[in-house]
Design a protein around this ligand. Structure first.
Ligand SMILES: Nc1ncnc2c1ncn2[C@@H]1O[C@H](COP(=O)(O)OP(=O)(O)O)[C@@H](O)[C@H]1O
Ligand SMILES: [Mg+2]
Length: 263
């Protein structure tokens, strides 16, 4: 028997995943995932291509239903089949998809204000102020507000996409490969931005990545996915002490690459 969490006391866990299984036909992608995501921290979910990272995110969002097991966000179970409940759960979730595409035909202001207009009845002055604050929290100003996405650099587009994603003040932000395809400098900038925005807005951040270059600088918690299970869950430093050969291979291989690039 599980006790429902008291609404007055928020758990220290933002997301709880227990016994999660998911497959397609005879292909099992998730074979029993257990993960507790600490509130207010930056958690990295890592794993090779095709290991099921994006699929996990889709299940947290309720886009895809698990075959078995449960996912809770802020103590509320995510039920892909229950639209009303899903709407409640999603109020707490923000997501920055892979490539973080903006609406090309909308300027920066309208991109950032998009969900504000959709969900909140704000007066124009209030909305302007919110957009300004959001842009400032990603180190942009109102000078950028009337530019079109095509006029922005790759890094600026990421900033705008992030401002848009946090517009409704989610308590949990999900990022799917936010730095894939970016040059090393922009990667570092975006990675630090995620950390800054998380601490500024007291967000729980879940970042999906296969890139171990930057993870040790920003992650406060790491989960490594391989062969349908988490092979490591814990603090970043603990990775180096893991006896699991898969963990050692995934992280030290990448580390060797980094050393080669550094020399
Ligand atoms: N809707 C789907 N139908 C069939 N197979 C899927 C579906 N979604 C994901 N998969 C498969 O699940 C595996 C994991 O995919 P994904 O989560 O996208 O991996 P990644 O870790 O690279 O993000 C892949 O083999 C993919 O082909
Ligand atoms: Mg993916």
């Amino acid at each position: 028997m599980t006790l429902a969490p008291s609404p007055s006391k928020q758990s220290d866990l933002a997301v709880e995943i227990h016994g999660l299984e998911k497959g397609f036909g005879k292909f099992k992608i998730h074979c029993g995932l257990d993960l507790e995501v600490p509130r207010g921290k930056v958690t990295y979910i890592m794993g090779g291509s095709g290991s099921g990272k994006s699929l996990l995110l889709k299940q947290i969002m309720g886009f895809v239903a698990p075959d078995k097991g449960t996912i809770k966000v802020n103590g509320q179970e995510v039920k892909a089949s229950d639209r009303k409940q899903l709407k409640e759960v999603r109020k707490n979730l923000g997501i920055l998809f892979q490539n973080g595409a903006l609406f090309d035909s909308l300027n920066v202001y309208n991109n950032v204000a998009f969900s504000l207009k959709e969900h909140l009845r704000l007066k124009k002055a209030e909305r302007d102020e919110r957009v300004q604050q959001l842009l400032e929290s990603v180190d942009l100003s109102m000078d950028h507000a009337y530019k079109m996405p095509a006029e922005l650099s790759g890094g600026q587009r990421k900033r705008v996409a992030l401002a848009r994603a946090i517009a409704l003040k989610p308590s949990v932000m999900l990022y799917d490969e936010p730095t894939t395809g970016l040059d090393p400098l922009t990667t570092m900038m975006v990675t630090n931005l995620i950390k800054d925005v998380s601490s500024k807005h007291k967000l729980t951040s879940i970042v999906i990545s296969h890139d171990t270059h930057v993870v040790f600088n920003v992650a406060e918690h790491i989960a490594f996915l391989k062969d349908g299970v988490f092979k490591y869950v814990g603090p970043p430093q603990g990775v180096f002490r893991s006896p699991d050969p898969d963990v050692r291979e995934f992280f030290s291989l990448e580390e060797r690459h980094q050393n080669l690039e550094d020399t």
